[in-house]
Design a protein around this ligand. Structure first.
Ligand SMILES: NC(=O)C1=CN([C@@H]2O[C@H](COP(=O)(O)OP(=O)(O)OC[C@H]3O[C@@H](n4cnc5c(N)ncnc54)[C@H](OP(=O)(O)O)[C@@H]3O)[C@@H](O)[C@H]2O)[C@@H](O)CC1
Ligand SMILES: Nc1ncnc2c1ncn2[C@@H]1O[C@H](COP(=O)(O)OP(=O)(O)O)[C@@H](O)[C@H]1O
Ligand SMILES: [K+]
Length: 489
């Protein structure tokens, strides 16, 4: 698990490392630039480099990177954009160091903009985490020119012009990089779908910032890049791992019920009962023999709430449909449940339509909407940051855990913490993947994980299995069933 910090916290992290390691600020810049260059060269070994620098520390990095590349006999051209009379101290030191070994060009107006060789990659070191307003004048012109260059663009730390943890206001001009190599930790901006073009592929380059600072600094944003699991006790028995009920399926969607059931069983549940419409009985018994199966008296839909007493946890919604009878069933299940419920798909759509049901959601329930379902629940949003804020309000108000599913699924907790998931791929964007997730999370709660843990771990393992399936079959060929088959615990 990594913490995600805002721009001010990043500045403090830098300062804390300098004071505590101790290391001078210029040496820290050198370390960052060396780490960046290492990774840059592993991506682009046979190219020339054209580096555009601002006059703050991001520009200072650019100058140091240029010097390191030049010392390796790489062909490098460096341009400093003269948008301000001010320059940071470490920029000036690196300027002097570089000017001793090569020419440093300046760009004061667009006529200074170079013709860039076609074998070059562009390194964007204009503005970093210090950006605090939209770019104008020569900065804007240069950024536009770079974006038009059609050459690969690699941003140092963050694309110039992009805010670390704020939405973009108006029509800002921002570098559109192919890659962002960011220092130490992910930035919130990278995880917002609306910023895709301003991030490209991204990865963290470790530069040895203080781990103590990271431990002691409070944030509400986290990046889940690993999870830890409870050990399965040696003398355990099936009763140890809970009895889950999956109330799922309707005529034409028994497949959703089967997928959620299989995923639940592949995720360590002690006992599973599926509660499905009668039409699904034979399908379920034949395809998931490990699950017990109870049927609703209605042929094609769920209509009556079964006795819930013996169940540790309930998952409801996959393939449910929204008939009036099913709405009544859902209301009854919400009223009778004594513990958190995992709510997915049509269970969420019904709740969105019948807002009086919101108050009935048991505390610490987990809601797993995809974007459309989320919009039905919370209404439209202005941008991804606004969406996050709206979900936080919802989560706190109804004391429930809400997932914003998709790439980097966000798990929003009632205490206002948000966990962004690092696993998963676009091969999972196919009907049934969400049913698999519901089964996984339900199984984890059955085994005694808290709702918060179950959501974070379940989403991570779902994505991890999806990544393995994609590796084996390719994103286009993989099926939700493959995700289930690839689950490893
Ligand atoms: N994190 C770390 O630990 C490490 C970080 N390092 C590096 O430092 C970078 C952050 O450096 P930084 O703070 O000097 O900010 P940076 O982005 O270069 O901006 C400079 C100045 O520009 C200004 N300005 C802002 N917006 C503007 C605009 N639109 N148009 C015009 N001007 C604008 C604003 O000054 P102002 O004009 O407001 O006084 C601002 O202060 C970071 O991204 C990373 O690359 C590494 O070296 C080592 C370890
Ligand atoms: N581009 C993507 N990258 C990573 N994960 C994705 C992507 N698209 C979808 N997923 C994941 O796949 C699942 C899809 O869920 P959902 O849309 O509810 O599917 P369904 O309702 O058909 O079962 C979610 O867990 C989501 O996070
Ligand atoms: K940059």
């Amino acid at each position: 698990m990594k913490k995600i910090f805002d721009a001010q916290q990043i500045r403090n992290w830098d300062a804390y490392t300098i004071a505590q390691e101790p290391i001078t600020s210029i040496d820290l810049m050198e370390r960052a630039s060396e780490a960046f260059t290492d990774r840059l060269l592993s991506l682009f070994s046979d190219t020339d480099f054209t580096i555009f620098c601002g006059k703050g520390n991001n520009g200072g990095d650019g100058l140091a990177i240029a010097r390191i590349l030049a010392s390796m006999n790489k062909k490098v051209e460096v341009y400093v954009i003269e948008y301000s009379a001010q320059a940071s101290a470490d920029f000036l030191i690196n300027y002097d160091r570089l000017a001793k070994i090569t020419t440093v060009h300046t760009i004061s107006s667009l006529k200074d903009f170079p013709v860039i060789g076609q074998n070059s990659v562009v390194v964007d070191a204009i503005l970093g985490s210090g950006v605090n307003r939209p770019v104008e004048g020569i900065l804007k012109d240069v950024i536009q020119k770079i974006n038009q260059s059609k050459l690969p663009i690699i941003s140092v730390d963050i694309a110039s012009g992009l805010y670390v943890s704020q939405p973009i206001a108006g029509d800002n001009t921002i570098i559109c990089p192919d890659y962002t190599l960011t220092f130490e930790a992910p930035k919130l901006a990278f995880l917002m779908p609306q910023n895709l073009q301003y991030v490209g592929e991204w990865e963290c380059v470790p530069i040895g910032l203080s781990s103590k600072y990271a431990q002691n600094t409070i944030t509400s944003y986290f990046w889940t890049d690993m999870v830890s699991l409870k050990k399965r006790a040696k003398f355990s028995h099936k009763g140890t791992f809970g009895h889950a009920l999956l109330a799922v399926g309707s005529y034409g969607s028994i497949g959703a019920a089967v997928l959620s059931a299989k995923a639940c069983l592949r995720s360590g549940v002690g006992l599973l009962t599926t509660y499905i419409p009668s039409c699904g009985y034979q399908i379920m018994q034949a395809s998931v023999p490990e699950a017990m199966c109870q049927t609703d008296p209605a042929e094609k839909e769920l209509s009556i709430c079964p006795n819930l007493e013996k169940y540790t946890v309930i998952g409801v919604g996959c393939g449910l449909g929204k008939s009036n009878k099913t709405k009544a069933f859902l209301k009854a299940i919400l009223q009778q449940a004594k513990s958190p419920i995992v709510l997915d798909a049509d269970a969420l759509n019904i709740i969105a339509e019948e807002s009086n049901l919101l108050e009935l959601i048991p505390p610490k329930s987990i809601l797993t909407p995809h974007p459309k379902e989320l919009q039905r629940l919370i209404g439209a949003w202005e941008n991804d940051f606004d969406k996050l804020e709206k979900v936080k309000v919802f989560s706190q108000k109804y004391d429930c855990i809400v997932l914003i599913k998709g790439m980097y699924t966000a798990i929003v907790l009632p205490n206002q913490e948000v966990y962004f998931n690092s696993t998963g791929n676009a091969g999972m964007a196919t009907g049934g993947s969400g049913d698999v997730l519901t089964g996984i999370i339900t199984a984890l709660i059955a085994q005694g994980y808290s709702s918060e843990e179950a959501a974070i771990i379940g989403v991570f393992k779902h994505g991890e299995a999806g990544d393995m399936a994609a590796q084996e079959r390719g994103q286009m060929a993989m099926l939700p069933s493959d995700i289930i088959e690839k689950l490893r615990w």
